[in-house]
Design a protein around this ligand. Structure first.
Ligand SMILES: Nc1ncnc2c1ncn2[C@@H]1O[C@H](COP(=O)(O)OP(=O)(O)OP(=O)(O)O)[C@@H](O)[C@H]1O
Length: 308
């Protein structure tokens, strides 16, 4: 069995995929190091699923260099596949089987699986182990999908919008599970529309629009987020005041010296969502070759509108 760990877990350069006239993926570059969690963000139709399906070996690229765990997914064999975990939403055919039966059955496909009962507990389905798949709620069903994706103890796990349909408590539990997998050395490529999920889990986020990467970085540093100006807001004489500043601590210190306890004090920094929407808006504007918005550099336009 090939167990190449030299080089990155995922290496993609110049990936292209068309559907008829539609360029779904248009020169995409991506690199995921071993042990990282990378979140791929992007609007509907950006090309995320197409890219992930090529990496999983389910779709053929038209052009570009693709290596996943050291091999080309288009020609890699069963040994390679057994090192991947793919969370599919395809247990419909198996709806009559119980959770326990399914997870134990999937474990037999892999050379060195995790303990199936331990996996069932880890995804929070211990109390439902005897239930049939068709009897599970949407969120419980998704946990079962995740259990089936991780029972093979994969080196690289693909999670495509894993917490869609989860209630808030289930999401928190699931995030804990993903963090434990990372701590155990699993490399994870995650696609999500939840920016709080990316912020909590990802070492790096990659923003895709119109089939190519428009930005990447740590959640804290994406799009120059860490360096963007803060807004200090407070209330005085019944009016909300606001100051945009590079040095919010100094502003707060000045206000405290003037006012003592500062009424309604808030220090607002751009959220990951602010930066993301800004990047996506920028990418759309570039694509449409429209005029710039006229916003000051580094300040998301919708934030200006809200706080004006
Ligand atoms: N099998 C297909 N045949 C034709 N066009 C397709 C096919 N699959 C995807 N597309 C098109 O390719 C583009 C990229 O789709 P893709 O599913 O990769 O995007 P996505 O980023 O995963 O979107 P979402 O966030 O909605 O899941 C879209 O315009 C989509 O309509």
């Amino acid at each position: 069995m090939t167990t190449t760990t030299d080089g990155p877990a995922v290496e993609v350069r110049g990936l292209q995929k068309r559907y008829g006239d539609k360029r779904a993926v248009d020169g995409l570059d991506l690199r995921v190091e071993h042990g990282e969690i990378v979140a791929v963000l992007g609007p509907n139709g950006a090309g995320k699923t197409t890219t992930v399906e090529i990496l999983e070996g389910f779709r053929r690229a038209d052009a570009g260099h693709v290596r996943v765990l050291g091999e080309d997914p288009a020609s890699a064999g069963r040994a390679w596949r057994s090192r991947l975990g793919v969370v599919l939403q395809s247990t419909d055919d198996l709806a009559e089987a119980t959770v326990r039966e399914l997870v134990h059955h999937f474990a037999t496909f892999y050379p060195a699986p995790r303990d199936p009962d331990g996996v069932i507990d880890a995804v929070g389905l211990g109390a439902k182990a005897g239930a049939r798949a068709r009897q599970l709620s949407g969120g419980q069903r998704r946990r079962l999908d995740v259990a089936l994706g991780v029972v093979g103890d994969p080196q690289l796990l693909f999670l495509d919008e894993p917490t869609t349909g989860f209630d808030p408590e289930a999401r928190l539990e699931f995030w804990g599970l993903v963090e434990r997998l990372r701590d155990e050395g699993t490399t994870i490529l995650l696609t999500t529309h939840y920016l709080d999920e990316a912020e909590r889990l990802a070492d790096r986020v990659v923003v895709v629009a119109s089939g190519r990467v428009v930005a990447e970085g740590t959640p804290a540093g994406l799009g120059g987020r860490a360096a963007r100006q803060a807004r200090v807001r407070w209330t005085a004489d019944g009016t909300v005041h606001e100051e945009v500043t590079d040095a919010p601590t100094a502003v707060v210190g000045r206000l405290a010296a003037q006012l003592g306890e500062v009424p309604g004090l808030q220090v607002l920094r751009p959220t990951l969502e602010d930066v993301y929407l800004d990047l996506i808006g920028g990418a759309r504007a570039d694509a449409a070759a429209t005029a710039p918005t006229g916003a000051p550099a580094g300040v998301p336009t919708h934030l200006l509108e809200v706080t004006r």
